[in-house]
Design a protein around this ligand. Structure first.
Ligand code: CDP
Length: 219
């Protein structure tokens, strides 16, 4: 059977990863969270005090870093970093790392490698436009900035973090700005992507909607 590829893009906190994870389970295909890869690399750069503007230093660290998924868990140099990459310090720095051309080249290569000869649902910012331009289905998942901020606020609160809603909305706004204005593969809605606004929808409703589209073979 031919491989099924589903590309899911959208701004921060739109619900992409929760939705993609559920769809992967329903369709029994692999889920790849590309944002987690950019976060893992950011973690390594911060831990090693790397100056991201020093190309030589950055290149050296890119060469000696391994990022991969094992059973839906993200591994940085062989160590599970699922929790560490969600830290707020990573969120505030990740977009500046993700705009670097060399960083994108390295991670996109890994992403395409994972997707080769496999059925996958991959989420990120440039999946439909750049990583998997021939994906069978492309979705653009969005929601109002207030709703996206509130969702992230609830999530972090639930994990016991002491967070401020306005500060989170500002962080998301800034990340969206950097992600959509960067030079290399910015966040865009592809012309052939189906847009879903999740502001007033539950995760379940969106999952059902996407599954309907995929199961009937198109719009
Ligand atoms: O989960 P959340 O919406 O907060 O973001 P994420 O998917 O974990 O992605 C974190 C950051 O990685 C984004 O804000 C982008 O700067 C970057 N990213 C990217 O540039 N390209 C991707 N394909 C995925 C993420």
């Amino acid at each position: 059977m031919k491989n099924l590829t589903i590309a899911v893009d959208g701004p921060a906190g739109s619900g992409k990863s929760t939705i993609s994870k559920k769809i992967a389970r329903e369709l029994d295909i692999i889920y790849i969270d590309t944002g987690a890869m950019y976060r893992a690399l950011t973690l390594k750069l911060l831990k090693n005090n790397i100056n991201i503007h020093d190309k030589k230093e950055l290149y050296k660290i890119l060469q000696s870093t391994s990022i991969d998924f094992r059973n839906n868990h993200i591994f940085l140099d062989g160590k599970n970093v699922d929790e560490e990459i969600r830290d707020n310090q990573i969120s505030t720095n990740v977009s500046d790392v993700a705009k670097i051309k060399e960083v994108r080249e390295k991670l996109v290569e890994i992403q395409r490698d994972i997707a080769r000869n496999k059925s996958v649902i991959m989420d990120g910012r440039d999946i439909g436009s750049f990583v998997l331009p021939n994906a069978n289905y492309k979705f653009y998942i969005t929601a109002s900035i207030e709703e996206r901020g509130y969702r992230r606020y609830k999530e972090l609160k639930g994990k016991g973090y002491n967070v401020n809603l306005d500060a989170i909305i500002e962080e998301i706004r800034e990340r969206d700005r950097i992600d959509s204005t960067r030079e290399f593969s910015p966040l865009v809605k592809c012309a052939d992507a189906i847009e879903i606004d999740t502001t007033d929808k539950t995760i379940e409703e969106v999952v059902v909607h996407i599954l309907e589209i995929v199961n009937r073979g198109g719009k």
